[in-house]
Design a binder for this molecule. Structure first.
Ligand code: ATP
Ligand code: LTN
Length: 335
């Protein structure tokens, strides 16, 4: 543990495969973070249980997410990449924090409102207290920064509120985390409806590009992307949300600025532009996909890293949990 470095915490739910939005909004930005921060990244499998999962598929998805993290460049020897459900302190702290969180503030969460509409037949208590478990994830590691996409900002705010409330009663127990958002890519929109975020759970398969889509599928999805009746490749989120979203994607992948992109496609139609975006994304995905395949076949390597990192996460998070137990007055373990 490098005491000099600030601590960074993040993770994703282990549901389905990742979208290009998850990659550009989160994962891609995580890869280099370990140079500056002591990093913890969880496979958030407990959070996935708020939606009913088919056990065998769920187990596969969680492993696949771990391999995708690593394939995308997250080195499990430089970063603590582990499974949330393997580290019991998360559920333990979440319970305590539940007792410091109000029903009123949880009912204001937009994700809760959206998801309870989407899964109207299963509005469970876990969905309601989802942000409390997320707060526990972050606070256990005394994280200074939490890199997430724009949709998670409200969850970060409630995490800060809970931590401040707890600290106000018991002294400085938790570090108050700051959100960390990349400039571009924080909100990649659906290719079929640029007013909605690109989401794993979209019913329209053309709305989201998946990290494991093959080259032809990626290019086809971009060709079908909804744009507008104009022909100019110009960045204007209000008037041209579809084209602007494609420009954002192209910029994230190639590193080009919006001005570069406008001049590259000046006088060319949307067809050429969409093709270029599709190819650039497919080129970026190709090495990730082949590394992913190798990793999924290398059980020993992945299992070894998971075990090592689960232990590290437990050791670190348990220090915070013990402190919390003491502060709230739970009796100590008898040794
Ligand atoms: P769902 O769409 O089913 O709610 P999700 O795709 O948002 O799921 P999460 O596990 O909730 O998946 O998100 C993982 C990370 O990816 C978070 O940091 C989130 O902010 C980021 N993210 C998700 N979608 C996008 C997007 N369209 N653009 C940018 N970042 C995104
Ligand atoms: N809710 C997050 C996933 C998540 C998370 C976290 C992200 C669970 N716990 C802790 C950052 C820090 C999401 O991306 N949907």
């Amino acid at each position: 543990m490098d005491k000099e470095k600030k601590i960074l915490y993040s993770g994703m739910q282990a549901t389905n495969t990742l979208t290009l939005g998850n990659y550009l909004g989160a994962l891609k930005n995580w890869v280099k973070m370990h140079e500056e921060y002591e990093c913890f990244f969880g496979v958030m499998d407990l959070h996935s249980l708020t939606v009913r999962q088919e056990p065998a598929e769920f187990r596969k998805n969680a492993r696949s997410l771990y391999a995708l993290y690593v394939a995308a460049g997250l080195d499990p020897e430089q970063n603590c990449v582990y499974y949330q459900s393997h580290v019991p302190t998360h559920a333990q702290l979440a319970w305590i924090l539940n007792c410091f969180t109000y029903m009123g503030e949880l009912s204001r969460m937009t994700q809760f409102k959206d998801k309870s509409q989407k899964h109207a037949d299963n509005v469970n208590a876990g969905l309601f207290t989802y942000p409390v478990l997320m707060a526990a994830d972050i606070l256990l590691y005394q994280a200074d920064v939490v890199p997430v996409g724009a949709d998670q900002k409200q969850h970060l705010e409630i995490c800060r509120d809970i931590a401040e409330r707890f600290n106000a009663i018991y002294g400085d127990v938790f570090t108050i985390p700051e959100p960390y958002m990349g400039n571009t890519g924080a909100r990649i929109m659906s290719l079929q409806d640029p007013d909605k975020k690109m989401s794993k759970s979209d019913e329209n398969p053309n709305a989201a590009v998946m990290l494991l889509d093959d080259r032809d599928t990626i290019i086809r999805k971009f060709k079908r992307a909804v744009t507008d009746s104009d022909t100019a490749v110009r960045y204007d989120e209000e008037a041209k949300p579809g084209v602007s979203n494609l420009m954002t994607i192209y910029s994230c992948v190639t590193g080009k600025t919006m001005a570069d992109i406008e001049s590259e496609f000046a006088g060319k139609g949307y067809g050429d532009f969409k093709m270029a975006v599709g190819e650039a994304v497919a080129d970026e995905m190709a090495p990730i996909q082949s590394r992913y395949k190798e990793l999924m076949d290398d059980k020993t390597y992945i299992d070894g890293r998971i075990k090592e990192n689960d232990e590290k996460a437990y050791y670190f998070s348990n220090k915070t949990l013990r402190k919390v137990h003491k502060k709230v007055g739970l009796t100590e373990l008898i040794k």
